[in-house]
Design a protein around this ligand. Structure first.
Ligand SMILES: *Cc1c(COP(=O)(O)O)cnc(C)c1O
Length: 476
């Protein structure tokens, strides 16, 4: 028999009509709020049964609890963020901001129907992404290109394509990877796992720090069913000291001799030589970072890279390389499951058009890399002056921006930022900045909150400063 306390639990319909929940119902809809009320009452019931609660909560208390969970859910919607972290391609913040042209293309494409897979000259079904693929071929100097949902998808599709031929009683055909390249890239992308999911069999060679060409040679002797060599770009970490691995050229030569393709998972994937981006000191640090075209020239048969890292476009994965191989990937059954959506495709087309016409400063990530240090410094000084005038404890500091997105680890770009101190401490201030609208994400370095002046977009200065002043005011 239910205890008297259980009988005193508020009824769902009574709580739902509580005025405190009117706003929640308008934002989230009646169905979801009803569900939250049920959950809140159920939780109270469990507490009573467990003896953790002696009196039933009032309608008011339940409504307050529901209000809190409703705002927690609502705040998880994707909101606009000002990126003052100094990390240009910040995976948690959606990686590359889009160019003006790319934004317009997305708006235009979302307005109505589009010629996504129709050849308008014939009215017949046409291939998706024809323009993007032509542009990438030209920019990468590759025979063929194919666009998918992201770079992880590109690598999976390429490996699955190679694995779809051959195999033995030991499993799928072997793909050779150096032990120094069995890496994890941000959370869930792990090279050995992707390889296993593709149906191929991992053939590890060498050691963590040193892999020789002879190790690859030997793998061909030991395993008669090798279907390819995978070379993974060490983009998000750097190994130094007693390290060695063959060059892409040497691997390409070996792969050719053995009649298998060399696949390069490049990740970042610059379409232009970053070190040559201009006279500005800021991009010099990127010397030696391979471009997609360089990988193709060095003999990689297939190269996979991201659309939203160094390229500066929307989330996308791009496969370039030999026509026969790319076409096999295009026809693989997985290709349909990994295809790029039409809105990112529109953004990718516009971004690539900027590259084709040599207008790379239209691409925000590249413009940020190229921005001369004296301009970044002048901006930090202006911010500082405004904040000090508003009563803040602020000063300009030297900082280091970075590319981020698992690309170009340890290649820092000199930058300037503003340190702000207040009585509440840097973490509390950072949290108040994140709760503003737009949210401001700063960096806490050596116990101080820093706003980096390189990654804040043009036109965001005033909103940033207003947000900072408001967050400082909320401390008291
Ligand atoms: C980032 C990265 C990936 C994954 O790319 P996504 O676009 O995030 O799917 C794969 N390989 C390498 C080497 C990377 O740097």
């Amino acid at each position: 028999m239910a205890s008297p306390t259980l009988n005193e639990l508020p009824r769902v319909d009574r709580v739902l009509s509580h005025p405190a929940l009117a706003l929640a119902a308008r934002a989230l809809g009646h169905g979801l709020v009803t569900e939250l009320v049920r959950l809140e009452i159920d939780a109270a019931r469990r507490e009573i049964l467990a003896g953790e609660r002696l009196v039933a909560p009032t309608e008011n208390e339940i409504a307050e609890g529901v209000g809190r969970s409703a705002s927690a859910i609502y705040s998880r919607r994707t909101r606009r963020v000002i990126n003052a972290t100094g990390i240009l391609v910040h995976t948690n913040l959606g990686r590359a901001p889009l160019s003006e042209a790319a934004r317009q293309a997305v708006v235009e494409a979302s307005r109505g129907y589009g010629s996504l897979e129709m050849d308008l000259s014939t009215g017949k079904r046409g291939g998706r992404a024809g323009f993007a693929e032509s542009a990438i071929r030209a920019l990468a100097g590759a025979e063929e290109a194919f666009v998918v949902n992201n770079c992880a998808a590109a690598v999976l599709l390429v490996l699955a394509t190679l694995a779809s031929r051959g195999g033995s009683r030991h499993g799928g055909p072997g793909i050779i990877v150096s032990r120094g390249e069995l890496i994890e890239i941000g959370g869930s992308f792990r090279v050995p796992s992707i390889l296993e999911e593709s149906g191929a069999r991992l053939v590890e060679v060498g050691t963590t720090n040193r892999t020789h060409l002879a190790d690859y040679e030997e793998a061909f002797e030991r395993h008669p069913d090798i279907a390819g060599i995978l070379r993974v770009h060490q983009g998000n970490f750097r190994m130094t000291g007693f390290v060695e691995r063959p060059t892409v050229r040497e691997l390409a030569e070996l792969a050719k001799r053995r009649g298998v393709p060399l696949v390069k998972d490049l990740g970042g994937g610059a379409l232009v030589e970053l070190a040559d981006l201009g006279e500005h000191q800021s991009s010099r640090g990127f010397a030696g970072e391979p471009t997609v075209a360089a990988c193709v020239r060095q003999g990689a048969d297939l190269v996979c890279f991201s659309g939203d890292k160094v390229l500066g476009g929307p989330q996308a994965g791009i496969i370039v390389g030999r026509r026969a191989l790319v076409d096999r990937a295009r026809k693989h059954p997985l290709a349909r499951a990994l295809r790029l959506g039409r809105l990112p495709l529109a953004a990718l087309e516009a971004t690539l058009a900027s590259y084709l016409c040599g207008r790379i400063d239209e691409v925000p990530v590249l413009a940020m890399v190229r921005r001369p240090l004296d301009l970044v410094e002048a901006r930090a000084e202006r911010w500082c002056a405004v904040l000090v005038a508003a009563g803040a404890d602020a000063h300009v500091v030297e900082t280091e921006s970075e590319m981020g997105g698992g690309a170009l680890a340890d290649r820092h770009i000199s930058s300037r930022g503003v340190v702000i101190r207040d009585g509440s401490g840097p973490d509390a201030l950072a949290s108040r900045l994140r709760s503003g609208d737009p949210a401001i994400v700063a960096r806490v370095v050596d116990g101080a909150l820093v706003l980096d002046a390189r990654t804040v977009l043009d036109g965001e200065d005033e909103v940033l400063l207003e947000g900072v002043v408001a967050a400082l005011a909320r401390a008291v």
